[in-house]
Structures are given as C-alpha cells and as structure tokens.
Design a protein around this ligand. Structure first.
Ligand SMILES: [Zn+2]
Ligand SMILES: [Zn+2]
Length: 116
C-alpha cells in the first residue's frame, strides 16, 4: 500500500460524475478524483471548480484525473504533478460513454463560453 500522504488507494470513487454538480444540477468539463476520500469533483476549467474547492475545504491535497486513459496525479498545495502514484480502487475513470462535457442532459448550448 502507498505511504504517500493524501493518497488512500483502498477508497472507491464517489460516483460517475461530480458529486457536488450532481447535487446542485450543474455540469462539468473534466473530472478529478480525490485520492484521499474518493470525492469526484469537476476541474478548474469547469464552471463550479468543485475538485479544487474540495481539496481546500477538506484539506485533501491530491487528485487523480478521472478521465478515461489518464492516470496522472496533481498536488494542489504545491501545484505540481506527482512523479508516480499507486493504482487506486476501481473504477479509475468515469464511464467511457459519459460525455465530455457532461452530463449530456445538463450541458447548456453555450457551455464553451462558461469555462474558466
Ligand atoms: Zn462540480
Ligand atoms: Zn477528499
């Protein structure tokens, strides 16, 4: 098991979409998974930036991309990528048939103008 602070490989992700956007009826561009508690949040280009908000409020420093085919880790406090990290509990990305941006039924026609 990992000894990297901020990473618990045994915790599964919270769901297929941003937990906070799903609660609020929002939408996202890309998804990030908290490597400590499994919270799935939206990226800093998304309207609500829930992943970084979670990192700040919960004090959980590291996320992994939750996009299919991506396995990089980002450390918010030091603003850099990790050189390597453990394999987290599956699934390691949202479903491949889930749209980007998503979810499809909540993305507005002018979504590109709403990105950060
Ligand atoms: Zn969100
Ligand atoms: Zn967390």
């Amino acid at each position: 098991m990992s000894t990297i602070p901020g990473i618990d490989p045994s915790v599964p992700p919270s769901g297929a979409g941003c937990a906070d956007c799903d609660a609020a009826g929002g939408w996202w561009l890309h998804l990030r998974r908290c490597a400590q508690c499994g919270h799935v949040g939206c990226c800093d280009s998304s309207p609500a930036q829930h992943a970084s908000a979670h990192a700040a409020s919960a004090g959980h420093p590291i996320v992994q991309s939750y996009e299919p085919g991506e396995d990089w880790f980002w450390n918010y406090p030091v603003e850099s990528y990790l050189d390597h990290g453990p394999t987290l509990a599956p699934p390691v990305s949202h479903p491949v048939d889930q749209t980007v941006p998503g979810p499809a039924d909540r993305v507005p026609p002018n979504w590109q103008a709403m990105l950060h």
